[in-house]
Design a protein around this ligand. Structure first.
Ligand code: NAP
Length: 328
Protein backbone atom coordinates (compact mmCIF):
# COMPACT_ATOMS: atom_id res chain seq x y z
CA UNK A 1 0.00 0.00 0.00
CA UNK A 2 1.55 3.27 -1.13
CA UNK A 3 1.70 6.23 1.27
CA UNK A 4 -1.13 8.75 1.03
CA UNK A 5 -1.36 12.48 1.50
CA UNK A 6 -4.49 14.22 2.69
CA UNK A 7 -5.63 17.02 0.41
CA UNK A 8 -7.18 20.25 1.72
CA UNK A 9 -10.66 18.86 0.92
CA UNK A 10 -10.07 15.76 3.07
CA UNK A 11 -9.55 13.40 0.13
CA UNK A 12 -6.59 11.01 0.36
CA UNK A 13 -4.22 10.96 -2.62
CA UNK A 14 -1.44 8.39 -3.19
CA UNK A 15 2.04 9.88 -2.93
CA UNK A 16 3.15 7.84 -5.97
CA UNK A 17 1.22 7.40 -9.19
CA UNK A 18 1.72 6.58 -12.83
CA UNK A 19 2.12 9.38 -15.37
CA UNK A 20 0.32 8.59 -18.63
CA UNK A 21 1.99 11.10 -20.98
CA UNK A 22 3.63 9.39 -23.98
CA UNK A 23 2.30 5.91 -23.19
CA UNK A 24 1.65 4.71 -26.76
CA UNK A 25 -2.01 4.02 -27.59
CA UNK A 26 -1.41 0.43 -28.64
CA UNK A 27 0.01 -0.63 -25.27
CA UNK A 28 -1.68 1.90 -22.99
CA UNK A 29 -4.70 -0.18 -21.89
CA UNK A 30 -2.55 -3.17 -20.97
CA UNK A 31 0.07 -1.02 -19.21
CA UNK A 32 -2.55 0.69 -17.07
CA UNK A 33 -4.17 -2.66 -16.27
CA UNK A 34 -0.80 -4.23 -15.36
CA UNK A 35 0.12 -1.18 -13.27
CA UNK A 36 -3.08 -1.63 -11.26
CA UNK A 37 -2.14 -5.27 -10.71
CA UNK A 38 1.31 -4.14 -9.51
CA UNK A 39 -0.32 -1.84 -6.95
CA UNK A 40 -0.64 1.54 -8.70
CA UNK A 41 -3.79 3.39 -7.66
CA UNK A 42 -3.22 6.90 -9.06
CA UNK A 43 -3.18 7.60 -12.79
CA UNK A 44 -2.19 11.04 -14.02
CA UNK A 45 -3.71 11.59 -17.44
CA UNK A 46 -4.82 14.47 -19.63
CA UNK A 47 -7.00 15.03 -22.67
CA UNK A 48 -3.88 16.27 -24.43
CA UNK A 49 -2.10 12.91 -24.04
CA UNK A 50 -4.47 11.42 -26.62
CA UNK A 51 -4.78 8.11 -24.78
CA UNK A 52 -7.71 8.60 -22.41
CA UNK A 53 -9.83 5.92 -24.12
CA UNK A 54 -7.04 3.40 -23.59
CA UNK A 55 -6.36 4.53 -20.01
CA UNK A 56 -10.09 4.00 -19.38
CA UNK A 57 -10.02 0.54 -20.98
CA UNK A 58 -7.22 -0.53 -18.65
CA UNK A 59 -9.02 0.86 -15.60
CA UNK A 60 -12.36 -0.67 -16.56
CA UNK A 61 -10.83 -4.09 -17.17
CA UNK A 62 -9.41 -4.04 -13.63
CA UNK A 63 -12.76 -2.80 -12.25
CA UNK A 64 -14.78 -5.43 -14.09
CA UNK A 65 -12.47 -8.21 -12.87
CA UNK A 66 -12.88 -6.98 -9.28
CA UNK A 67 -9.13 -6.30 -8.86
CA UNK A 68 -10.00 -2.85 -7.47
CA UNK A 69 -13.08 -0.79 -6.74
CA UNK A 70 -13.51 2.66 -8.26
CA UNK A 71 -13.14 4.15 -4.77
CA UNK A 72 -9.66 2.54 -4.49
CA UNK A 73 -8.45 4.52 -7.50
CA UNK A 74 -7.42 8.17 -7.85
CA UNK A 75 -8.01 9.22 -11.45
CA UNK A 76 -6.72 12.53 -12.76
CA UNK A 77 -7.14 14.45 -15.98
CA UNK A 78 -6.39 17.96 -17.20
CA UNK A 79 -8.38 20.62 -19.01
CA UNK A 80 -6.58 21.48 -22.23
CA UNK A 81 -5.86 25.08 -23.25
CA UNK A 82 -8.45 25.02 -26.06
CA UNK A 83 -11.32 24.63 -23.59
CA UNK A 84 -10.67 27.47 -21.12
CA UNK A 85 -13.82 29.45 -21.93
CA UNK A 86 -16.44 28.83 -19.20
CA UNK A 87 -18.83 27.56 -21.92
CA UNK A 88 -16.40 24.77 -22.79
CA UNK A 89 -15.00 23.61 -19.44
CA UNK A 90 -17.82 21.18 -18.61
CA UNK A 91 -17.97 19.91 -22.20
CA UNK A 92 -14.25 19.11 -22.03
CA UNK A 93 -14.60 17.18 -18.79
CA UNK A 94 -17.66 15.30 -20.13
CA UNK A 95 -15.58 14.27 -23.16
CA UNK A 96 -12.77 13.09 -20.88
CA UNK A 97 -15.20 11.10 -18.70
CA UNK A 98 -16.83 9.56 -21.74
CA UNK A 99 -13.41 8.57 -23.15
CA UNK A 100 -12.34 7.13 -19.79
CA UNK A 101 -15.69 5.36 -19.34
CA UNK A 102 -16.01 6.78 -15.81
CA UNK A 103 -18.61 8.88 -13.96
CA UNK A 104 -16.25 11.18 -12.09
CA UNK A 105 -12.62 12.17 -11.65
CA UNK A 106 -10.78 12.48 -8.37
CA UNK A 107 -8.81 15.51 -9.55
CA UNK A 108 -9.12 17.76 -12.59
CA UNK A 109 -6.34 20.25 -13.28
CA UNK A 110 -6.18 23.26 -15.55
CA UNK A 111 -3.24 22.02 -17.63
CA UNK A 112 -1.59 25.37 -18.46
CA UNK A 113 -2.37 29.03 -17.70
CA UNK A 114 -2.87 29.78 -21.40
CA UNK A 115 -6.23 30.00 -23.18
CA UNK A 116 -6.06 28.89 -26.82
CA UNK A 117 -8.76 29.63 -29.38
CA UNK A 118 -11.62 27.12 -29.14
CA UNK A 119 -11.66 24.18 -31.54
CA UNK A 120 -14.81 22.00 -31.72
CA UNK A 121 -14.28 18.27 -31.04
CA UNK A 122 -15.38 17.43 -34.61
CA UNK A 123 -12.60 19.56 -36.08
CA UNK A 124 -9.70 17.99 -34.14
CA UNK A 125 -9.49 16.10 -30.85
CA UNK A 126 -7.35 16.35 -28.92
CA UNK A 127 -6.46 19.63 -30.61
CA UNK A 128 -2.97 19.96 -29.07
CA UNK A 129 -1.44 23.12 -30.62
CA UNK A 130 -4.03 23.34 -33.41
CA UNK A 131 -6.16 26.48 -33.30
CA UNK A 132 -7.69 26.34 -36.78
CA UNK A 133 -6.76 25.46 -40.36
CA UNK A 134 -5.43 28.93 -41.23
CA UNK A 135 -3.24 29.02 -38.11
CA UNK A 136 -1.93 25.52 -38.86
CA UNK A 137 -0.69 26.62 -42.29
CA UNK A 138 1.65 29.17 -40.72
CA UNK A 139 2.40 27.30 -37.47
CA UNK A 140 0.59 29.81 -35.31
CA UNK A 141 -1.35 29.40 -32.07
CA UNK A 142 -4.23 31.86 -31.54
CA UNK A 143 -5.15 32.75 -28.01
CA UNK A 144 -8.58 33.41 -26.58
CA UNK A 145 -9.52 36.30 -24.34
CA UNK A 146 -10.31 34.31 -21.19
CA UNK A 147 -8.88 35.39 -17.83
CA UNK A 148 -7.62 32.46 -15.75
CA UNK A 149 -10.04 33.03 -12.88
CA UNK A 150 -13.03 32.70 -15.25
CA UNK A 151 -11.81 29.21 -16.17
CA UNK A 152 -11.12 28.37 -12.55
CA UNK A 153 -14.66 29.38 -11.51
CA UNK A 154 -16.09 27.10 -14.21
CA UNK A 155 -13.93 24.31 -12.73
CA UNK A 156 -15.49 24.95 -9.31
CA UNK A 157 -18.92 24.22 -10.77
CA UNK A 158 -17.66 20.76 -11.81
CA UNK A 159 -17.07 19.99 -8.14
CA UNK A 160 -20.59 21.25 -7.30
CA UNK A 161 -22.00 18.88 -9.92
CA UNK A 162 -20.02 15.88 -8.67
CA UNK A 163 -18.11 15.46 -11.93
CA UNK A 164 -14.78 15.77 -10.13
CA UNK A 165 -13.99 15.52 -6.44
CA UNK A 166 -11.14 18.03 -6.52
CA UNK A 167 -9.73 20.68 -8.78
CA UNK A 168 -6.14 21.71 -9.22
CA UNK A 169 -3.83 23.95 -11.17
CA UNK A 170 -0.68 23.18 -13.10
CA UNK A 171 2.30 25.06 -14.50
CA UNK A 172 1.43 28.15 -12.45
CA UNK A 173 3.80 30.53 -10.80
CA UNK A 174 3.15 32.14 -7.43
CA UNK A 175 1.48 35.34 -8.58
CA UNK A 176 -1.33 33.67 -10.55
CA UNK A 177 -1.78 31.14 -7.77
CA UNK A 178 -2.08 33.98 -5.29
CA UNK A 179 -4.73 35.54 -7.54
CA UNK A 180 -6.66 32.23 -7.67
CA UNK A 181 -6.63 32.05 -3.87
CA UNK A 182 -7.97 35.61 -3.68
CA UNK A 183 -10.85 34.90 -6.06
CA UNK A 184 -11.77 31.25 -5.55
CA UNK A 185 -14.63 29.63 -3.70
CA UNK A 186 -13.03 26.15 -3.68
CA UNK A 187 -9.29 26.19 -3.06
CA UNK A 188 -7.07 24.25 -5.47
CA UNK A 189 -6.27 20.90 -3.88
CA UNK A 190 -3.00 20.50 -5.78
CA UNK A 191 -0.45 22.25 -7.94
CA UNK A 192 1.36 20.10 -10.50
CA UNK A 193 4.71 21.48 -11.62
CA UNK A 194 7.92 20.51 -13.32
CA UNK A 195 10.22 19.66 -10.42
CA UNK A 196 13.66 18.04 -10.29
CA UNK A 197 17.08 18.92 -8.88
CA UNK A 198 17.72 21.34 -11.79
CA UNK A 199 14.41 23.12 -11.03
CA UNK A 200 13.69 23.01 -7.32
CA UNK A 201 11.13 25.88 -7.21
CA UNK A 202 11.79 26.50 -3.51
CA UNK A 203 9.58 29.57 -3.04
CA UNK A 204 6.62 28.10 -4.87
CA UNK A 205 6.88 24.81 -2.96
CA UNK A 206 7.06 26.66 0.36
CA UNK A 207 4.13 28.89 -0.60
CA UNK A 208 1.99 25.83 -1.36
CA UNK A 209 3.01 24.24 1.92
CA UNK A 210 1.91 27.38 3.79
CA UNK A 211 -1.39 27.43 1.87
CA UNK A 212 -2.05 23.68 2.30
CA UNK A 213 -1.96 22.98 -1.42
CA UNK A 214 -0.37 19.63 -2.32
CA UNK A 215 2.55 19.85 -4.72
CA UNK A 216 2.91 17.17 -7.40
CA UNK A 217 6.15 16.82 -9.33
CA UNK A 218 6.28 15.98 -12.99
CA UNK A 219 9.39 15.13 -15.02
CA UNK A 220 11.15 14.18 -11.78
CA UNK A 221 14.13 12.87 -13.77
CA UNK A 222 14.77 16.28 -15.35
CA UNK A 223 15.95 16.12 -18.96
CA UNK A 224 15.24 12.38 -19.35
CA UNK A 225 11.62 12.68 -20.49
CA UNK A 226 12.44 15.38 -23.06
CA UNK A 227 15.24 13.51 -24.86
CA UNK A 228 12.74 11.42 -26.80
CA UNK A 229 11.08 14.68 -27.95
CA UNK A 230 14.38 15.84 -29.45
CA UNK A 231 14.77 18.73 -27.00
CA UNK A 232 18.14 20.43 -27.53
CA UNK A 233 18.02 21.82 -23.99
CA UNK A 234 17.60 18.29 -22.64
CA UNK A 235 20.46 17.01 -24.82
CA UNK A 236 22.72 19.83 -23.66
CA UNK A 237 22.01 19.23 -19.96
CA UNK A 238 23.95 16.53 -18.09
CA UNK A 239 21.69 13.58 -17.24
CA UNK A 240 20.64 13.52 -13.60
CA UNK A 241 20.94 9.73 -13.60
CA UNK A 242 24.72 10.14 -14.14
CA UNK A 243 25.27 13.19 -11.98
CA UNK A 244 28.21 12.59 -9.58
CA UNK A 245 26.28 13.90 -6.55
CA UNK A 246 23.27 11.67 -7.25
CA UNK A 247 25.54 8.68 -7.96
CA UNK A 248 27.50 9.25 -4.75
CA UNK A 249 24.30 9.40 -2.68
CA UNK A 250 22.87 6.27 -4.34
CA UNK A 251 26.13 4.39 -3.63
CA UNK A 252 26.06 5.51 0.01
CA UNK A 253 22.71 3.69 0.46
CA UNK A 254 23.83 0.33 -0.85
CA UNK A 255 24.51 -1.51 -4.06
CA UNK A 256 20.88 -2.02 -5.04
CA UNK A 257 19.90 1.67 -4.77
CA UNK A 258 19.59 3.40 -8.15
CA UNK A 259 20.00 7.07 -9.00
CA UNK A 260 16.36 7.11 -10.17
CA UNK A 261 15.28 6.16 -6.65
CA UNK A 262 17.40 8.93 -5.14
CA UNK A 263 15.70 11.47 -7.45
CA UNK A 264 12.21 10.28 -6.59
CA UNK A 265 12.86 10.00 -2.86
CA UNK A 266 14.35 13.50 -2.77
CA UNK A 267 10.96 14.72 -4.02
CA UNK A 268 8.77 12.67 -1.69
CA UNK A 269 10.89 13.61 1.35
CA UNK A 270 10.13 17.22 0.39
CA UNK A 271 6.44 16.15 0.77
CA UNK A 272 5.99 16.33 -2.97
CA UNK A 273 3.94 13.65 -4.73
CA UNK A 274 5.44 11.92 -7.79
CA UNK A 275 3.99 10.48 -10.98
CA UNK A 276 6.89 8.91 -12.89
CA UNK A 277 6.00 7.30 -16.19
CA UNK A 278 7.56 3.99 -17.16
CA UNK A 279 6.69 1.28 -19.60
CA UNK A 280 8.92 -1.30 -17.89
CA UNK A 281 7.65 -3.57 -15.15
CA UNK A 282 10.86 -3.53 -13.08
CA UNK A 283 10.96 0.29 -13.14
CA UNK A 284 7.26 0.55 -12.30
CA UNK A 285 7.92 -1.51 -9.18
CA UNK A 286 11.07 0.42 -8.29
CA UNK A 287 9.26 3.75 -8.62
CA UNK A 288 6.19 2.59 -6.70
CA UNK A 289 8.13 1.25 -3.73
CA UNK A 290 10.70 4.02 -3.39
CA UNK A 291 9.31 5.43 -0.13
CA UNK A 292 9.55 2.12 1.69
CA UNK A 293 13.05 1.33 0.41
CA UNK A 294 15.05 4.49 0.91
CA UNK A 295 15.39 7.42 3.31
CA UNK A 296 17.86 10.20 2.55
CA UNK A 297 19.54 12.24 5.26
CA UNK A 298 18.81 15.93 5.72
CA UNK A 299 22.33 16.73 4.46
CA UNK A 300 21.73 14.63 1.31
CA UNK A 301 18.42 16.37 0.63
CA UNK A 302 20.17 19.74 0.86
CA UNK A 303 23.07 18.60 -1.33
CA UNK A 304 20.62 17.53 -4.04
CA UNK A 305 18.61 20.76 -3.76
CA UNK A 306 21.86 22.70 -4.23
CA UNK A 307 22.04 21.34 -7.82
CA UNK A 308 19.28 23.77 -8.79
CA UNK A 309 19.96 25.63 -12.05
CA UNK A 310 16.42 26.92 -12.73
CA UNK A 311 16.36 24.93 -15.97
CA UNK A 312 12.84 24.32 -17.25
CA UNK A 313 12.38 21.71 -19.97
CA UNK A 314 8.63 22.23 -20.37
CA UNK A 315 8.55 25.95 -20.93
CA UNK A 316 5.58 27.76 -22.48
CA UNK A 317 7.90 30.59 -23.57
CA UNK A 318 9.28 28.05 -26.05
CA UNK A 319 5.79 27.75 -27.48
CA UNK A 320 5.85 31.50 -28.02
CA UNK A 321 9.10 31.26 -29.93
CA UNK A 322 7.84 28.37 -32.00
CA UNK A 323 4.28 29.37 -32.65
CA UNK A 324 3.29 32.92 -31.76
CA UNK A 325 6.26 34.42 -33.56
CA UNK A 326 6.39 37.35 -31.16
CA UNK A 327 10.04 36.82 -30.23
CA UNK A 328 11.36 35.75 -33.61
N1 NAP B 1 1.23 19.08 -16.02
C1 NAP B 1 2.04 19.03 -17.05
O1 NAP B 1 2.16 19.97 -17.84
C2 NAP B 1 2.87 17.80 -17.24
C3 NAP B 1 4.00 17.85 -18.09
C4 NAP B 1 4.79 16.72 -18.24
C5 NAP B 1 4.44 15.54 -17.57
N2 NAP B 1 3.32 15.52 -16.78
C6 NAP B 1 2.91 14.28 -16.08
O2 NAP B 1 4.02 13.77 -15.35
C7 NAP B 1 4.29 12.44 -15.73
C8 NAP B 1 5.78 12.13 -15.54
O3 NAP B 1 6.57 13.04 -16.24
P1 NAP B 1 7.34 12.66 -17.57
O4 NAP B 1 6.55 11.64 -18.32
O5 NAP B 1 7.72 13.93 -18.23
O6 NAP B 1 8.70 12.07 -17.14
P2 NAP B 1 9.37 11.18 -16.06
O7 NAP B 1 8.43 10.31 -15.39
O8 NAP B 1 10.22 12.10 -15.28
O9 NAP B 1 10.37 10.34 -16.97
C9 NAP B 1 9.93 9.36 -17.84
C10 NAP B 1 11.20 8.78 -18.50
O10 NAP B 1 12.02 8.19 -17.50
C11 NAP B 1 12.18 6.80 -17.76
N3 NAP B 1 12.09 6.10 -16.46
C12 NAP B 1 11.01 5.92 -15.68
N4 NAP B 1 11.33 5.29 -14.54
C13 NAP B 1 12.66 5.06 -14.59
C14 NAP B 1 13.58 4.44 -13.72
N5 NAP B 1 13.20 3.93 -12.53
N6 NAP B 1 14.88 4.37 -14.10
C15 NAP B 1 15.29 4.88 -15.29
N7 NAP B 1 14.46 5.49 -16.16
C16 NAP B 1 13.15 5.58 -15.82
C17 NAP B 1 11.06 6.43 -18.72
O11 NAP B 1 11.47 5.42 -19.61
P3 NAP B 1 10.72 4.00 -19.72
O12 NAP B 1 9.26 4.29 -20.01
O13 NAP B 1 11.43 3.32 -20.82
O14 NAP B 1 10.92 3.33 -18.39
C18 NAP B 1 10.88 7.75 -19.50
O15 NAP B 1 11.87 7.86 -20.51
C19 NAP B 1 3.76 12.38 -17.17
O16 NAP B 1 3.60 11.07 -17.63
C20 NAP B 1 2.48 13.16 -17.03
O17 NAP B 1 1.46 12.38 -16.45
C21 NAP B 1 2.55 16.63 -16.60
Amino acid sequence: MTAMITLNNGLKMPLVGLGCWKIPNDVCASQVYEAIKLGYRLFDGAADYGNEKEVGQGINKALSEGIVKRSDLFIISKLWNTFHHPDHVKLALQRTLSDLGLDYLDLYYIHFPLAFKYVPFEEKYPPCFYTGAEDAKIGKISLQNVPYLDTYRAMEKLVDEGLTKSIGVSNLQGSILQDVLMGCRIRPAALQIEHHPYLTQEHLVQFCKNENIAVVSYSSFGPQSFLELGSKRAEDTPALFDHPVIKKIAAAHGKDVTTSEVLLRWATQRDIAIIPKSSRKERLLLNLNVNEKLTLTEAELLEISALNKNIRFNDTWDWNNMHFGSFA
